[in-house]
Design a protein around this ligand. Structure first.
Ligand code: ADP
Length: 441
């Protein structure tokens, strides 16, 4: 399910970003092509004006000048004096270029008479800088795949009109544009691939907490069903035994067994509800001023007989004379301390010691439950606060579901502290429950 969502999210993410990148690429391309065209036009104006001024001044007009002025073989220059092509033009201009010159002339003539609409000739703004006695017009001419910038200039020399037509080929500019477009297209496609990989990794990072949560929920349900199945099996067997042995001594024992299972199940469901309510809306606290010293004293008095029954010595140690007044939820604190105490009494063998300690550490009041029992291996210390976790399932006792410490952890967190565990000197475990401040609203 998450794999599908991950792929979908990656595609959506990549698709959206690809569009954004495409728009950016197109804008860059547009700006770059405009600049390139501007540079080509500037070069054309420079060459056209040089040709015009050289001709106007009749300066060294030779075949070398002609070849130099036209620039490259794609360009063409036609000079006519009194309507007759100059010898230079007839010699230097190849046949196909002469035909092209005629086409351009016709197009300019037609455009002048009929306007530029659907004509291969388009006027481009530009002014001649040679002389006021010289007329210069500039155009763009398109024929099939070929495009030219055109200068049409005329002036009078010895009462004869000199007509100059200069065609500057845009072939290499168009080639540059095509190459640039190909590069941009390639970069865009490569960026899509990169974006997809990035989106895939990014979405996996985003979905990670959801996957973990889903995993935890599945585990939670699996453990909960497992824990509920065994008492139900006991009920089923117990009821069928009761049916077959009504009113006998055996039935009395079955009744008490079912009662025990019932209390176990009740406690388990209570733990589950407690954790579920913490998940849904956070803990419901009723903060009030309470004396932690009195609270621990009352817990101690209730648990001392149980400890004695298990042949354990339970001691209460409260540092100083103060009552440890604290703004907290005493019932929740009691719930957490009872969980820790219950564990200490369960995991400490007979003849050993359990201590309930209260002391101050800077601004915090700290409750410690210290036992000299079986202890917790270092590798397990980080896990025992997880749900349904039992350090060693084989040694876990009936009525222990692996939920107690996760409840205590949440209660501690809501009181601004962080529950921790360390080894007791000489063996056993010491749990520290700091209470930092009153729970938030
Ligand atoms: P449980 O109900 O199984 O005791 P907890 O969440 O309270 O669940 O504790 C988780 C696990 O941590 C226990 O199963 C046990 O293995 C270990 N543990 C908790 N307290 C102690 C302790 N005082 N001494 C040794 N092991 C402990």
């Amino acid at each position: 399910m998450f794999q599908k969502a991950r792929r979908k999210l990656s595609v959506i993410c990549c698709f959206t970003m690809a569009w954004i990148v495409l728009i950016i690429v197109l804008c860059c391309l547009h700006v770059s092509e405009k600049n390139m065209y501007g540079q080509v036009k500037a070069l054309f104006f420079l060459q056209a004006n040089t040709i015009s001024s050289d001709l106007y001044a009749s300066k060294n007009i030779s075949i070398e000048w002609y070849m130099r002025s036209t620039g490259n073989a794609q360009n063409a220059l036609s000079i006519e004096t009194g309507g007759v092509p100059s010898t230079l033009t007839s010699v230097a201009l190849p046949q196909e270029k002469q035909a092209l010159i005629q086409d351009v002339k016709k197009a300019i003539h037609l455009a002048a008479n009929q306007g530029e609409v659907s004509s291969p000739i388009k006027n481009i703004p530009g002014t001649g800088t040679v002389s006021s006695k010289m007329e210069q017009d500039f155009f763009e001419y398109t024929s099939g795949k070929e495009r030219f910038l055109v200068m049409d200039a005329r002036f009078f020399e010895k009462e004869r009109e000199v007509d100059v037509l200069y065609l500057y080929s845009l072939g290499s500019f168009l080639q540059d544009v095509r190459t640039q477009r190909l590069w941009f297209g390639f970069i865009w496609l490569a960026s899509i691939l990169g974006l997809y990989l990035f989106s895939y990794l990014f979405t996996s990072h985003v979905l990670q907490p959801l996957i973990q949560n889903d995993e935890r929920q599945k585990q939670f349900i699996a453990f909960a069903s497992h824990e509920l199945r065994s008492p139900l099996a006991v009920f089923r067997t117990g009821l069928s035994l009761l049916k077959n042995n009504p009113g006998t001594e055996k039935s009395q024992r079955i009744f008490s067994l079912l009662g025990n299972e019932m209390s176990r199940m009740e406690r388990f469901v209570q733990d589950l509800l407690c954790l579920a309510s913490m998940e849904l809306a956070g803990l419901q606290f009723q903060a009030q001023e309470a004396s932690l010293a009195e609270l621990l004293q009352s817990i101690y008095e209730r648990y001392a007989p149980l400890a004695a029954q298990r042949q354990l010595s339970l001691t209460l140690s409260i540092e100083g004379q103060e009552g440890y007044p604290c703004l907290c939820d005493p019932q929740r604190i009691e719930q957490a301390v009872v969980i820790l105490l219950d564990n200490a009494l369960s995991y400490t063998p007979a003849g050993q010691q359990v201590t309930l300690r209260l002391f101050r550490l800077r601004a915090k009041c700290c409750i410690q439950v210290i036992d000299t029992g079986i202890g917790i291996p270092d590798a397990e210390k980080g896990n025992i606060f997880g749900r349904f976790y039992r350090a060693d399932p084989s040694r876990s006792q009936k009525g222990h579901f692996g939920l107690g410490l996760s409840i205590a952890k949440e209660i501690c967190r809501a009181h601004g502290g962080r529950i921790s565990v360390c080894d007791t000197d000489g063996g056993g475990s010491t749990f520290t429950f700091p209470i930092h401040h009153a729970p938030g609203p």
